[in-house]
Structure formats: C-alpha cells, structure tokens
Design a protein around this ligand. Structure first.
Ligand code: SF4
Length: 87
C-alpha cells in the first residue's frame, strides 16, 4: 500500500502486480502430423494421441508450464515431420 494525494485527501492505494510473463507455447500442425507417435510417447503430458494416432491438441497453440519446457523443446526437435513448433 502507498499513499496518494487526490484533491487534498490522502488515500491509500493498493498496488497490484500483474504477471505478464509470456509463457512458451507449443503448436502441433495437424496438416503436417503423420501420427508417428514420437511426441506423445516422449511427452504424454503435453501431447496425446487422438483416435487415429495423430497428435492432439492440433492447430491450437497451448501454453507450456515452466517445468515442461525442456520436454516441449525435445519433442519439437525430434518430430520426424517437423510438425511441432515452439512459440
Ligand atoms: S511426432 Fe510429429 S508426426 Fe509424430 S505424432 Fe507427434 S506431431 Fe505427429
């Protein structure tokens, strides 16, 4: 809290901190994925297979928790089709 001066009246002003940190995002390009399954085998918490073995979620950038960033980079770097990107 800090004091602010408004029209001759001192008021307490609450300071609010907003987390504006950009989180890593992972994007699977659904039109490029051929369903090898390497990604969800290596990082099952980040990517899952759909009913046909293609990685999901696809075509939607999803935020990656800080503790999963290394895994996200790993699957992006090892997808045989280059279907996974980091944003
Ligand atoms: S490793 Fe690549 S091609 Fe294989 S399922 Fe995952 S995104 Fe698709």
């Amino acid at each position: 809290m800090s004091a602010a001066w408004h029209g001759g009246i001192a008021r307490n002003v609450a300071m609010v901190t907003v987390d504006v940190e950009d989180r890593m995002k992972l994007l699977v390009n659904g039109s490029v994925c051929t369903g090898h399954g390497r990604c969800y085998t290596l990082a099952p918490g980040l990517v899952e297979p759909d009913d046909n073995g293609f990685a999901t979620p696809a075509d939607t950038a999803v935020e990656v928790a800080a503790q999963d960033e290394e895994q996200a980079r790993r699957i992006a770097g090892t997808c045989p089709e280059g279907a996974i990107s980091i944003q």
